[in-house]
Design a protein around this ligand. Structure first.
Ligand code: GLU
Length: 540
């Protein structure tokens, strides 16, 4: 039998890095054993799901390099691949369960269920819904009130155990499970029900997902049993914690945006007008009544705050390379058992095995990701980086949007050894594109422009005609001219010429080598910057 794995996101928001890690491990396992990878969209939550979110998830998966063989966009033998299009299969399984007496209608309203939960809480008991014997009068009343029942699964006695491919033997007593809902009042199956029906019909052989689903799996095993279906193998991957501890959650974004807004005493009305969101939603957000990512992001935008990176798109925006993020994600809970860190996708596929997936939470070390990204930037060809930088600028804007290819290539060549992200590369471009209007810091100005036997301003005055006389405005030619002047007038001390030039050209004392820096600024612009700097300090 050909192994079949699946990744099954709910299209209710952007793809979380943890989701991307789950998808990746499924892909690595499937490819390692010559199996197939399925992408299934779990959109039974009609209110929270959207096609826009689905498209964005597919886009993020493709971006990071996790592909699939079957899915809503490419079809396949298990089609359709959206749960909202699979109703007849759920209805059929429901029919079987009802007929066999394994499921029943439950009529409580959400408010009544809340009250039952409160009662249990007051009695210090765990609330577990069990079948209620309604009287005929009750039933008549429920119907007269227009209530629509949910369908719950009658949990049988006994216990269930299985051998988790990652965690080993797991046993759960059925009595710990409540009679959970399998079909909601809107007629749609719950996650638990749909996932089992789909994994069965799509002939999934391995269900690999995060440990947060472990309890869900026990519910699913009951369903497999009652439906008389073969149980796929299960493996539960470790959770992903942030370095500070705690699960890396989308809610962290809401927390960060809210905290910032409250600390600054931001006015809700002003936020509503700058974000274009309704005041009531902003107020609810600030009052902790909701943690909507959309609001968090809009507020962060308006206030110019950076939110924690949680979703794949956050890492895209921060300028990580897809191959670096993929490599990093592969090591979140898996290692080959040695110190190796850098892998291509093909190498990961060859090395991957479930035996080496960890059982304890993996830490998301941002510094390591940055380091890794730097390695990938260093190893990339200039052409690849130019393509990536173009794509990044087209998506996220910044100074690189609209620069020409020659400039971009030169920028990449100059900064490839120095930046860790595409965003840093983009920011590095500013200095070449915008003429400085201030020069500093003061100590540097004193030292490199104003003071000394022959002050830097004089070096600038002498360098100007030497540079103006160059026919070829290249790294090497500029470097050579600066060296020659240093040799002739400054006892061979290149810094005496290069530092004043650097300050004049970039506004400060730090930049790549002077030849490359001025080459990128351009000849006419370099001369103009020297003039502006001289005029400023001579006039002062
Ligand atoms: N739709 C579920 C989720 O996004 C899938 C869990 C599973 O893999 O079964 O969490």
């Amino acid at each position: 039998m050909i192994p079949r794995c699946r990744f099954a996101p709910s299209p209710t928001g952007r793809l979380h890095v943890g989701g991307a890690r789950s998808a990746l491990f499924n892909l690595l396992f499937a490819r390692n054993v010559g199996g197939r990878m399925i992408l299934r969209i779990e959109d039974t939550d009609q209110v929270r799901s959207s096609r826009r979110a689905e498209d964005a998830i597919l886009d993020d998966l493709r971006w990071v390099g996790v592909g699939w063989d079957e899915g809503p966009d490419v079809g396949g033998p298990g089609a359709p691949y959206r749960q909202s299009e699979r109703r007849p299969l759920y209805d059929e399984a429901l029919h079987t369960l009802l007929e066999r007496g394994h499921a029943y209608h439950a009529w409580e309203t959400p408010e009544e269920l809340d009250a039952l939960r409160e009662e249990a809480k007051a009695a210090k008991e765990n609330f577990r819904y069990r079948k209620v014997a309604y009287s005929d009068a009750d039933l008549a009343r429920f119907e007269a009130e227009g209530r629509i029942p949910t369908v719950r699964l009658a949990i049988p006695p006994g216990d269930v155990s299985f051998v988790d491919r990652i965690l080993g033997e797991v046993t759960v007593r059925y009595e710990d499970l409540e009679d959970f809902v399998i079909v909601k009042a809107d007629g749609f199956p719950t996650y638990h029900f749909a996932v089992v029906v789909d994994d069965h019909h799509m002939k999934v052989t391995h269900v690999l997902r995060a440990q947060e689903h472990l309890l869900n799996t026990t519910k699913h095993l009951v369903l497999y049993g009652l439906l008389g279906w073969d149980v796929p193998e299960h493996g539960h991957m470790p959770l992903i914690f942030s370095m500070g501890g705690g699960k890396m959650s989308k809610r962290d974004k809401a927390k960060a945006a809210r905290q910032d807004a409250l600390e600054r005493g931001a006015d809700p009305e002003a936020l509503a007008s700058s974000t274009g969101l309704p005041l009531a939603r902003i107020e609810a957000f600030l009052n902790r009544d909701n943690d909507e990512v959309e609001i968090a992001e809009a507020i962060a935008d308006a206030l110019g705050v950076e939110l924690p990176e949680i979703d794949v798109v956050d890492f895209r925006r921060a300028g990580y390379l897809p191959e670096a993020l993929l490599n990093f994600l592969a090591l979140l809970g898996w290692s080959a058992g040695d110190d190796r860190e850098i892998y291509t996708l093909d190498e990961l596929i060859a090395a991957f095995s479930l035996d080496r997936v960890g059982t304890t939470a993996a830490r998301f070390d941002h510094e390591k990701l940055k380091w890794m990204n730097g390695q990938y930037i260093r190893d990339a060809s200039v052409g690849r980086l130019v393509t990536l930088a173009r794509g990044w600028a087209a998506e996220f804007g910044g100074p690189l949007a609209g620069v020409d290819d020659a400039f971009l290539r030169a920028l990449v060549a100059l900064h490839q050894p120095r930046v860790q992200t595409l965003r840093e590369l983009s920011e590095a471009a500013r200095v070449y594109l915008e003429r400085p209007t201030a020069w500093g810091p003061e100590k540097t100005i004193q030292k490199h422009l104003l003071k000394g036997q022959v002050p830097g301003l004089e070096a600038l005055r002498r360098a100007r005609p030497a540079l103006a006389a160059l026919d070829r405005w290249s790294d090497a030619a500029i470097e050579y001219a600066v060296e020659a002047l240093a040799e002739a007038d400054f006892g061979g001390k290149m810094g005496k010429v290069a530092q004043p030039l650097r300050i004049a050209a970039t506004g400060g004392p730090v930049s790549p080598p002077i030849g490359g820096t001025l080459a990128l600024v351009g000849k006419a612009e370099t001369l103009a910057r020297i003039d502006a700097c001289l005029a400023h300090f001579e006039g002062a």
